[in-house]
Design a protein around this ligand. Structure first.
Ligand SMILES: Cc1cn([C@H]2C[C@H](O)[C@@H](COP(=O)(O)OP(=O)(O)O[C@H]3O[C@H](C)C(=O)[C@H](O)[C@H]3O)O2)c(=O)[nH]c1=O
Length: 181
């Protein structure tokens, strides 16, 4: 597993070492010691999530204002464009975003620490999205940052209107959103 830096120092792409042979492939999708070495974070993941979405679905941009979740995300079928937005007021990269293509083919993962809004749009016919979180789901604390706030300016690689849940259709702008310290 190796780490690839992004424009936001705390957000790290992890690229596993894949062992291929005539049977197929093997790779360690998570190793706590290696994760800590590569991210500098000592975390305990408490929940695994798995979602499947059709082409053009955009889930996000979500965060929990209390019980903030760090997320280690990956795609095991298809391809998504995955985005993290820094919502930490005290951060030098407050309001900045990073995006990365995650796919079953590239096997890349993205570490999104607590303090960020997170989401993705599906670029393949469908995508299966797996992720670990550092705190439990807390719906009362869930918030949604609008996916297309010009003040954030995420450059989603789509030329169509994404399919959004009712909740995601009424996301807040950065100016109105609840933020972290
Ligand atoms: C997130 C979550 C949801 N649920 C239930 C609540 C709903 O009945 C159903 C679908 O929830 P929702 O529409 O919020 O799912 P997503 O739109 O995929 O939400 C996720 O979207 C982006 C990608 C994120 O980063 C978050 O992890 C998460 O907010 O699953 C649970 O039971 N536990 C959970 O941890």
């Amino acid at each position: 597993m190796q780490a690839i830096k992004t424009a936001i120092p705390d957000v790290v792409i992890l690229e596993p070492k894949v062992f291929g042979d005539e049977r197929g492939f093997f790779y360690e999708s998570f190793n706590a010691q290696r994760f800590a070495e590569l991210t500098g974070c000592q975390v305990d993941f408490v929940q695994d999530n798995h979602s499947k979405s059709a082409h053009g679905v955009l889930r996000g941009l979500h965060y929990q204002i209390e019980q903030a979740q760090g997320k280690l995300v990956r795609v095991v079928a298809g391809e998504v464009y995955d985005v993290a937005v820094d919502l930490r007021r005290s951060s030098p990269t407050f309001g900045k975003w990073v995006g990365v293509h995650l796919s079953a083919d590239n096997k890349r993962q993205l570490w999104v620490p607590a303090g960020f809004a997170h989401g993705f749009v599906v670029l393949s016919d469908s995508a299966e999205f797996l992720y670990k979180t550092t705190d439990y789901y807390a719906p009362a604390h869930e918030r949604c940052l609008m996916w297309n706030d010009p003040a954030v300016g995420v450059q989603w690689p789509i030329d169509f209107a994404p399919q959004l849940s009712a909740k995601d259709q009424v996301g807040r702008s950065l100016a109105e959103a609840d933020l972290y310290a």
